[in-house]
Write a protein that binds this ligand. Structure first.
Ligand code: HEM
Length: 156
């Protein structure tokens, strides 16, 4: 089934695989850029909009910067590399999210926005599924906050 989500479990080893370059090839750089801009436009209207700059111009900058990461991680040109300060790209990305309190619930909202954006894209479902598997598993590494009773907020 497409767009499945599994729960983040603390301490569990998270295996993830970067997206199949065929996803990037099917979309092309412009197609991927369009997907990601669309995704961030959905984020801007979502329950996690407050994590991001509220100022429209600042948000546009985030969109452009984040999209460069996705172009590179999907197998496109290395347009983001100099942002990663010499660290392995995924490791850098996990560290970067440590500056924000991301709950399981935030992750689910993020993934929901991604699902909406992906559903509008007209390429083979299996390529979208492959990309989904990357974001579904990698996003677990961005979850870094619990509620006070020690349980994940949204094992809903
Ligand atoms: C597959 C999972 C995810 C990926 C690949 C990803 C990717 C990125 C990238 C590339 C950036 C920009 C880094 C930079 O400044 O150069 C970023 C920033 C950020 N991400 Fe994520 N992210 C993921 C999940 C999440 C989730 C679940 C949240 C939940 C709220 C989140 C919230 C943020 C925030 C708040 C920023 C900072 C935006 C700013 O610059 O103000 N991310 N992310």
């Amino acid at each position: 089934m497409s767009y499945e989500v599994t729960k983040t479990v603390i301490g569990e080893k998270i295996n993830f695989k970067n997206p199949n370059p065929a996803f990037y090839e099917a979309l092309g750089e412009e197609g991927l850029r369009k997907l990601m801009y669309d995704f961030y436009d959905i984020i801007y209207e979502s329950e996690i909009a407050n994590f991001f700059p509220q100022d429209h111009e600042e948000f546009e900058k985030v969109k452009v910067k984040n999209t460069k990461f996705f172009i590179q991680i999907c197998g496109g040109p290395k347009v983001y590399e100099n942002e990663a300060k010499g660290m392995e790209l995924n490791e850098y990305m996990v560290r970067l999210h440590d500056d924000f309190s991301i709950y399981e619930k935030s992750r689910l909202e993020w993934l929901g926005c991604m699902q909406q954006a992906l559903q509008k894209v007209d390429i083979a479902q299996e390529l979208k599924d492959d990309f989904w598997n990357y974001v579904e598993s990698f996003s677990k590494l961005t979850v870094n906050s619990l509620v006070d009773d020690g349980k994940f907020y949204a094992n809903l």
